[in-house]
Ligand binder design. Structure first.
Ligand SMILES: *[C@@H]1O[C@H](CO)[C@@H](O)[C@H](O)[C@H]1NC(C)=O
Ligand SMILES: *[C@@H]1O[C@H](CO)[C@@H](O)[C@H](O)[C@H]1NC(C)=O
Ligand SMILES: *[C@@H]1O[C@H](CO)[C@@H](O)[C@H](O)[C@H]1NC(C)=O
Ligand SMILES: *[C@@H]1O[C@H](CO)[C@@H](O)[C@H](O)[C@H]1NC(C)=O
Length: 295
């Protein structure tokens, strides 16, 4: 009896151990592995449970990329940016297509000296043409905790969001202005950290202090809720106007910001924006056509 009880006990302990190991191993960055793979310097990409870290040191930066490309939808990730002295470093989260006529939506987080504020720079490329930088400070310290950064992309608008607060909208004005809107090229989702001390911090004046390396950005809560591009047939499949399926981002509610979102966007622009290419008359003697757009 006693011997049998002992073996039953050990069998259970063994089984429990296996279940624990399998579930821990299986959930290790499950969301990350569902969508992404390390695409640059795998030895600078670190997994810590549900968290993923990218490391920049004097050897290399690091990055990850989505396994698939997409045409419309939403990509979201939570990031805790490099804490302390992050001067000279840039961490980016972006979507991009390939080639010299590529479309791209960028979040770039420009590091700073300890206690000095990060800058969030956003940009939009359409058919290879960018030069649409906006810069702002955040209303929180992005190194203290995780915050959500997302890109919503449909046929009407691209919305950049920070913790669900819209910080930038790029509208489709192709019909009215002829200005190309990104809607014909599938995009991947990417993130990376690298040394950009020739321009990033205080215009390049403050260099990376390598004695403070490694510089680490942490990520969690990866999600891409988007229409996967599977070849030319996706051009129509990803666009509900030409198929019976209806993607949530094609609902009328996502054609433009609602009143509350508009107020938040205005609040961000009024209080935190420090640069807007639409107001840079030195660079553009006449503002770009999309600058006249109503949000
Ligand atoms: C890189 O950093 C390590 C650790 O701080 C240091 O030992 C090494 O000399 C550095 N290498 C170069 C090429 O600067
Ligand atoms: C632009 O015009 C086309 C053709 O009339 C139409 O199908 C499409 O919905 C329009 N796009 C927007 C964003 O209004
Ligand atoms: C860094 O801090 C300085 C001083 O507060 C500020 O002027 C600058 O905009 C901050 N950000 C960057 C990326 O330089
Ligand atoms: C983010 O992920 C963590 C675990 O990795 C989870 O506890 C948390 O609920 C998630 N947050 C959101 C907003 O999804």
């Amino acid at each position: 009896m006693a011997a049998q009880g002992k073996s039953v006990c050990c069998w259970w302990v063994f089984l429990t151990l296996i279940i624990v190991l399998v579930s821990v191993g299986g959930s290790q960055c499950a969301e990350f592995n569902d969508y992404f793979y390390p695409s640059w310097a795998e030895d600078h990409v670190m997994y810590e449970g549900q968290m993923l870290k990218l490391k920049l040191d004097n050897i290399s930066g690091a990055g990850f990329a989505s396994k698939s490309t997409y045409l419309f939808g939403k990509a979201n990730v939570q990031i805790k940016l490099v804490a302390g002295d992050s001067a000279g470093t840039v961490t980016a989260f972006y979507m991009s297509s390939q080639g010299d006529q590529h479309d791209e939506f960028d979040f770039e987080f420009l590091g700073n000296k300890s206690g000095e504020p990060y800058i969030v720079q956003t940009n939009v490329y359409s058919q290879g043409v960018g030069k649409r930088e906006q810069r702002l400070y955040l209303w929180f310290d992005p190194t203290q905790d995780f915050h959500s950064y997302s890109l919503l992309w449909n046929r009407h608008q691209v919305v950049f969001m920070v913790d669900d607060v819209p910080i930038r909208v790029f509208k489709n004005r192709e019909n009215e202005t002829g200005l190309a809107y990104p809607q014909r090229q599938a995009m991947g989702v990417y993130s990376s950290i690298w040394n950009a001390d020739d321009w990033a911090t205080q215009g390049g004046l403050v260099k990376t202090d390598w004695s403070h390396a490694p510089f680490i950005a942490s990520y969690r809560n990866f999600s891409i809720d988007a229409c996967e591009y599977k070849g030319p047939q996706s051009m129509s499949e990803c666009s509900s106007s030409s198929s019976s399926s209806s993607w949530w981002w094609d609902q009328a509610a996502y054609d433009s910001l609602d009143g509350k979102q508009r107020l938040k966007l205005r609040w961000v622009h009024d209080k935190y924006m420090i640069y807007d290419y639409c107001r840079d008359s030195t660079r553009f003697s006449t503002p770009q056509p999309e600058c006249a757009q109503r949000i």
